[in-house]
Ligand binder design. Structure first.
Ligand code: UDX
Length: 441
């Protein structure tokens, strides 16, 4: 199979490289010249464990290439995937589809008859149908197939998630020329290596596939938000949220994963997709009130987290030194999008704190997003240096290994706000800290 992947961002790059790993010939189209030349030189613009090796292997094997010309990439392709960005549109929470529709028009202009066009980006319900309409409008003399193939990979474990997914969702436009038969055949062929590991494939319609992606992300965001609320309740009642999560999660109808409390969900997907789903649902006249509430609770949580840090400082952060461990929205990524650290640190700076931060991968991206007053240091101990309080915002493994005595010696105060529960409360109290974590007695 030959495929073109429009967009060399997170989803495009990982999916493209992994389809090549599955044995297809993949041409990735990236129009940002700086990104393109980096990719061609084998440099990966994002931090994602294992991605560099998969990219290098497949470039060397001649199955993966990069370019900026859509026409050349789709020239003899069996399918073209659209994996461009769909940011939140200003004002109304909807996803901005400018890039998706622009890519569609460019594909149409260069296409030959029979081409299969697949949306890989997370797109609102109805986008696939609109893609089909644009293709027909641009090239009425040709026939196209359209499919939706949402991607469920997580940052930090993207390669494993793509190569060994829980399931594959394929939505086919049955109104296409042959009832979608060819589209289904091509899609099944692309994912053929997964049949060996018996990955379930949900073959369905366009709108259903599009909605499934939103439903999955919204449900997971709700699950995280649920355990965050339980954690707050545990604190009031003297219960332990980890045992509650385990006790609940062992019920197979609930499941153990995604029940880890923290400072609120962030990242490139959950915040954007929950907002988009509520906007879609409102427009459709069937508002998703659970998700609307999830979004509101998660926003409020970030403010509440800042309060937790300020309280042990005597209620005022002015002139206090706050050491911060971790900035990214989760570990094993350099992604700062919608990270809880952003509003929390902005608030601390506004209230006059001196904020010293360290993150293993996120500091470069953070510089563009955090207030200019923030001090960036080279390791965790340097962040703790002279701090009145030390705050854990991302659960990087390197932080777990630090000896508490060394932190204690570096700090001026004794307060710790461990907002990811990476340390043992007893051990930290024995080491002389005034230690608070989330939802534990
Ligand atoms: C998510 C989905 O998991 C993935 O399927 C989809 O394709 C894209 O969005 P990602 O954003 O990479 O992936 O990260 P994920 O691991 O899902 O975490 C999202 C946020 O929830 C992070 O801020 C994380 O810290 C938080 N989270 C997750 C928790 O606070 N507790 C948990 O138990 C799990």
């Amino acid at each position: 199979m030959r495929i073109a992947m429009i967009g060399g961002g997170y989803v495009g790059l990982v999916s493209g490289a992994c389809f090549a790993e599955f044995g297809s010939d993949v041409a990735i189209v990236e129009t940002d010249p700086a990104k393109l030349s980096a990719l061609r030189a084998g440099e990966i613009p994002i931090y994602e464990p294992g991605l560099d090796a998969v990219v290098a292997q497949n470039i060397e094997g001649g199955r993966l290439s990069f370019g900026d010309d859509i026409a050349a990439a789709i020239h003899d392709a069996d399918a073209v995937f659209i994996a461009v960005g769909t940011p939140t549109r200003r004002g109304d929470g909807h996803a901005d589809l400018t890039y998706v529709y622009e890519a569609t028009r460019q594909i149409a202009r260069a296409a030959r008859s029979g081409l299969l066009v697949v949306t890989k980006s997370t797109v609102p319900v109805g986008t696939g149908r609109e893609v089909a309409r644009i293709l027909a409008e641009e090239r009425p003399e040709l026939s196209f197939s359209v499919a939706s193939n949402p991607e469920f990979l997580r940052e930090g474990s993207a390669i494993q998630d793509f190569l060994r997914p829980d399931r594959v969702i394929i939505g086919i436009d049955r109104r296409g020329p042959d009832g979608g038969e060819r589209a289904e055949r091509v899609m099944r062929e692309l994912y053929r290596p997964l049949y060996l590991i018996e990955t379930p494939v949900v073959m369905t319609g366009l709108e259903t596939a599009e909605l499934t992606k939103y439903a999955a992300n919204a449900f997971l965001a709700m699950k995280v938000t649920f355990i965050n609320e339980m954690a707050d309740l545990c604190e009031k009642l003297g219960a332990d949220v980890h045992d509650v999560a385990r006790g609940m999660g062992l019920d197979q109808r609930i499941g153990r994963r995604f029940l880890h409390p923290g400072p609120g969900f962030g990242g490139s997907c959950f915040p954007k997709d929950t907002r988009a789903l509520t906007a879609i649902a409102q427009d459709a006249g069937a508002p998703t009130r659970l998700i609307e509430t999830t979004v509101a609770i998660n926003e409020a949580r970030k403010e509440a987290m800042a309060e937790r840090i300020i309280a042990p400082l005597g209620g005022s952060a002015a002139g206090k030194v706050v050491g911060v461990l971790g900035l990214t929205f989760k570990p094993e990524t350099d992604d700062m999008r919608e990270a809880s650290s952003l509003p929390i640190i902005a608030r601390l700076v506004r209230e006059g704190a001196v904020v010293r931060v360290f993150d293993p991968q996120g500091m470069q991206a953070a510089r563009a997003l955090l207030p200019a007053e923030v001090v960036y240091v080279e390791d965790a101990l340097a962040a703790a240096e002279g701090a009145d309080i030390l705050v854990v915002l991302t659960e990087w493994n390197v932080f777990r290994a630090i000896a508490p005595e060394r932190l204690r010696a570096a700090m001026r105060g004794r307060a710790i706000a461990d907002l990811r529960n990476i340390w043992n409360p007893e051990a930290m109290r024995e080491a002389g800290f005034e230690y608070q974590s989330i939802g534990r007695p």
